[in-house]
Ligand binder design. Structure first.
Ligand code: KG4
Ligand code: ZN
Length: 360
C-alpha cells in the first residue's frame, strides 16, 4: 500500500469558502474534516453572485475555515504534508484569495503546495467516494458548469461535449426567479414540480436534433417566460397549480436532454468502467434517477457521490491535489490564479460565460 499523505484542501472559486483535511492513500481517503462557509445571505439581495462581494467574503473567512478544519480534525499545521488549493477556473478575486493563502502558509511552514483545477476536483470525486477506476465517464452539472468528461487519469481528461450557453443550475435559478420562487432555485423548482403535470406545458429539448454531446439551456427560460406570460394574460395571474405544472414541464425538459446526451456520451466511449455525476444539479432526484436508470440499462456502474462532495467543497480539492502530487506535480510561488482553465486543453473554446463565471 502507498504511504499516507495528509492534505489540507482550500476552495474559494465561487461562493463557498471551504477548507478540508484528508488522510489519503493512492486509492482511498478518509475525510478528517470538511468545512464550508456559504455566502447565500451576502448575495441574496442581488439575485446572483456578485464577484467583488464574493472575493471580500472569501478574504474574511478563508483563514477561519482553515483553522476550523484543523480544529475539527484535531490537527495542527505540522501534521499536514501537502496544501492543495483551487487555482481556477472561477471568479478571479476568490481564486486569488485562496492561492495567496496557500502560498503564505507554504512559505511560513515549508509545507509543499499544489494548484488544483476546480473541475478536476469534481471530476475525480468518485475515485475516493466510490472507488472508481480510470477510465470513467463524468457528467459535471452545476450552476456554473455542464460538461461530459472521459476521465482517463488524474491529469488526463477528454471533453466530449457540454453546454454552449447556460448551465442547467443557472436555468433552474432563472426559472425560479421568473416564477417568484426563492434562490437557489433548483431545490425550489424541484419541490414545486412534484405537484405538477409535466405534460401540460412542453418545453423545447434543444440540440437533440444535433449529433454529439453539446447542450443548450438558455432558450428554455424564454419558452418558460412566454408560457408564464400567456397564463397571466389569460387569467390575470398564476395559481400554484400553474406554477407547479410549469416547473414540472421545465424539469422534464432538462432531464430528457441530460439523459439523451448521456446516452450518446456512453455510446461514444464503450471502454469506460463507470458513469458518475457531480455538481449541485446532481441533487435533483429526477436527474439522479434518470441517469441511474440509463446507466443500469447500459450495464455500467453508476455513482452519484454524497451531496456534500457533489457541491463545492475542499475535500475534493485535497483529493485532486493528492492525486496530482503522487503523479509528480508540484507548484511554486509562480503559480497563477486562472479565471479560465479548461481541463481538456485540446477541446474547442466555449461560448458565453454564466453568472457564476466562466464555463471552462
Ligand atoms: O455545484 P454547486 O453547489 O455550485 C456551482 O454552481 O458551482 O451548484 C449550485 C447549483 C445552483 O444553480 C442550484 O440551483 C442547483 O445547483 N441545484 C439544483 C438542486 N439543488 C441545487 N438544481 C436542481 N435541483 C436541485 N435539487
Ligand atoms: Zn464547482
Amino acid at each position: 500500500m502507498s504511504h499516507e499523505l495528509t492534505v489540507l484542501g482550500i476552495e474559494s472559486s465561487c461562493d463557498d469558502t471551504a477548507a478540508a483535511i484528508l488522510r489519503t492513500r493512492s486509492d482511498s481517503a478518509q475525510v478528517a474534516s470538511s468545512v464550508v462557509f456559504g455566502q447565500t445571505e451576502v448575495h441574496a439581495p442581488y439575485g446572483g453572485v456578485v464577484p467583488e462581494l464574493a472575493a471580500r467574503a472569501h478574504v474574511e473567512k478563508l483563514d477561519l475555515a482553515v483553522t476550523e478544519a484543523l480544529n475539527r480534525a484535531e490537527m495542527q499545521l505540522a501534521d499536514i504534508d501537502l496544501i492543495a488549493v483551487t487555482a481556477g477556473p472561477g471568479l478571479i478575486g476568490g481564486v486569488l484569495s485562496g492561492v495567496m493563502l496557500a502560498k503564505g502558509l507554504s512559505v511560513s511552514t515549508g509545507i509543499p503546495f499544489i494548484g488544483v483545477n476546480h473541475l478536476a476536483g469534481h471530476a475525480l470525486t468518485p475515485r475516493f467516494t466510490d472507488d472508481f477506476v480510470f477510465p470513467y465517464l463524468m457528467l459535471l452539472v452545476s450552476g456554473g458548469h455542464c460538461q461530459f468528461l472521459r476521465v482517463d487519469g488524474a491529469e488526463a481528461f477528454v471533453r466530449l461535449g457540454g453546454t454552449i450557453d447556460d448551465a442547467p443550475g443557472e436555468a433552474f435559478d432563472k426559472t425560479a426567479r421568473l416564477l417568484g420562487l426563492p434562490q437557489p432555485g433548483g431545490p425550489e423548482v424541484e419541490s414545486a414540480a412534484k405537484a405538477g403535470d409535466p405534460t401540460r406545458y412542453t418545453f423545447p429539448r434543444p440540440l437533440l436534433d444535433r449529433a454529439g454531446c453539446d447542450m443548450s439551456f438558455s432558450g428554455l427560460k424564454t419558452a418558460l417566460l412566454r408560457a408564464r406570460d400567456a397564463i397571466v394574460a389569460d387569467k390575470g395571474g398564476m395559481t400554484s397549480q400553474d406554477r407547479a405544472d410549469l416547473c414540472a414541464g421545465f424539469q422534464a425538459s432538462i432531464v430528457d436532454v441530460l439523459i439523451e446526451k448521456s446516452h450518446r456520451a456512453l455510446a461514444n466511449c464503450p471502454e469506460v468502467t463507470g458513469f458518475a455525476v457531480a455538481g449541485g444539479v446532481a441533487a435533483n432526484q429526477a436527474v439522479r434517477a434518470g441517469l441511474e436508470a440509463l446507466a443500469m440499462a447500459s450495464n455500467v456502474p453508476f455513482a452519484a457521490p454524497p451531496l456534500k462532495f457533489c457541491t463545492d467543497n475542499a475535500a475534493v480539492i485535497a483529493w485532486a491535489g493528492a492525486e496530482a502530487y503522487r503523479a509528480g506535480q508540484r507548484s511554486d510561488l509562480g503559480l497563477s490564479a486562472r479565471p479560465r482553465w479548461p481541463l481538456d486543453q485540446t477541446a474547442p473554446a466555449l461560448l458565453g460565460s454564466g453568472k457564476k463565471g466562466a464555463k471552462a
